[in-house]
Design a protein around this ligand. Structure first.
Ligand code: HEC
Length: 114
């Protein structure tokens, strides 16, 4: 009998799954035997809907930047923390009465990730 994560090949136990027996904490998962942070868990479909309803008018249909008076810069590829910093950090968003939850930021970030 070989330990979990290995199998017997010609009488020798060969490790086949480096993640067997590795327990990672929440928010991480095992990759090649190491615990790594999970990819940001946003829902890009929800993010797309949110973006279209709340951001597109100023940041453009594909988030590469808007046109016109209140045009915002391109925000493609912004992670959630950077979106939050941008939204809370510029007065224009407060005038637009934007309030986003942590989930909203994660979802929009998932949508914006190239
Ligand atoms: C009323 C127009 C308007 C709306 C709606 C709007 N933005 Fe903006 N946004 C702007 C403008 C204008 C700026 C640039 C502000 C500045 O430089 O002070 C900006 C800046 C930003 C920045 C900072 C970009 C940088 O590189 O510094 C982020 C991030 C951002 N917006 C995200 C969002 C998200 C996400 C939404 C939707 C939830 C949104 N914005 C909705 C107009 C808007």
């Amino acid at each position: 009998m070989c330990p979990v994560g290995s199998e017997c090949v010609d009488g020798t136990c060969i490790e086949t799954d480096p993640c067997a027996g590795v327990t990672c904490t929440r928010g991480e998962s095992c990759s090649e035997g190491l615990c790594v942070a999970d990819a940001p868990g946003g829902d890009s479909t929800a993010g797309a809907n949110f973006y279209i309803g709340n951001c597109r008018s100023c940041h453009g249909a594909n988030a590469s930047g808007g046109t016109g008076e209140n045009a915002g810069p391109g925000i493609v590829g912004y992670p959630a923390a950077q979106l939050q910093a941008g939204v809370t950090g510029s007065a224009i968003h407060i005038h637009a009465s934007l309030t986003l939850t942590a989930d909203d930021y994660a979802n929009v970030a998932a949508f914006l990730s190239p």
